[in-house]
Design a protein around this ligand. Structure first.
Ligand SMILES: *Cc1c(COP(=O)(O)O)cnc(C)c1O
Length: 235
């Protein structure tokens, strides 16, 4: 594909996603400004990611740390990088300085390791994270079981450099996005409940949920961040 046509394909896809976002916001009585679109670049070339960025999609997400490092090294520093996949503890050191939000904190050990490393690196701003919830209860998925969340409250109170900003979930894939609605609604309730139990500096304003196939339903159920890959970049 020559560059101008890749350019126009991606522009058309972004426009289509924006139309879907706008329609979902209208149905939910919400404003588009409440929702952050994270363009998931895991299947995209650096060139394609750069074009999205040029079109104004400045929040980019990767699910593998090495791929995030590789793209971050060559794309402009204006990108707001989101780490959305499992983060091994030996990858924390290089990842922390690059990201604006880690969506995928999935264990108490990872939370402790992030606290230690952000203390050691003396980051300018607190490290913002989301707790990943395995609400669809699939054994293959990372994340806290909904019933594990209350036990985290004392641990969260002890954190000094890591700030929990909300919850993230991946719904079980299904042809019919309506099937995901109960999962999204449950995660919203879990967020509301946990948010009442933890005090500042944590503030659980974010719900990262919804992907290419189901983001409209997620928005109707309160998502503040949607993570969209294939609808933007193809597969
Ligand atoms: C790949 C990925 C997405 C995007 O999925 P699409 O269905 O391609 O939009 C969202 N979240 C996570 C954690 C992912 O790994």
């Amino acid at each position: 594909m020559t560059e101008p046509s890749l350019h126009s394909v991606l522009r058309t896809r972004l426009h289509a996603v924006e139309e879907r976002l706008a329609a979902a916001c209208r149905r939910a009585g919400r404003s588009r400004a409440e929702i952050t679109l994270v363009a998931v670049t895991k299947t995209a070339s650096v060139e394609a990611a750069a074009i999205m960025l040029e079109q104004g999609a400045i929040d980019l997400g990767e699910n593998r740390p090495q791929e995030l490092w590789r793209k971050a090294a060559v794309l402009p520093a204006t990108v707001r990088w989101h780490m959305i996949g499992h983060l091994q503890r030996n990858k924390i050191e290089r990842t922390l300085p690059l990201v604006c939000l880690i969506h995928s904190v999935d264990s108490p050990r990872l939370l402790e390791a992030l606290e230690q490393e952000s203390t050691r690196q003396e980051l300018q701003t607190p490290l913002a994270v989301l707790l990943e919830v395995n609400a669809s209860r699939e054994a293959s998925k990372h994340g806290f079981a909904p019933t594990d969340l209350p036990d985290l409250v004392p641990r969260l109170a002890a954190l000094k450099h890591v700030q929990v900003k909300g919850l993230m979930t991946m719904a079980a894939p299904d042809e019919d996005p309506e099937y995901c609605r109960p999962t999204f609604a449950e995660v919203r309730l879990l967020r509301d409940r946990l948010g009442r139990e933890v005090g500042p500096p944590h503030s659980l304003e974010h719900l990262s949920m919804g992907m290419s196939g189901d983001f409209e339903v997620a928005i109707e159920e309160g998502a503040t961040i949607v993570r969209v890959g294939s609808a933007l970049f193809g597969i």
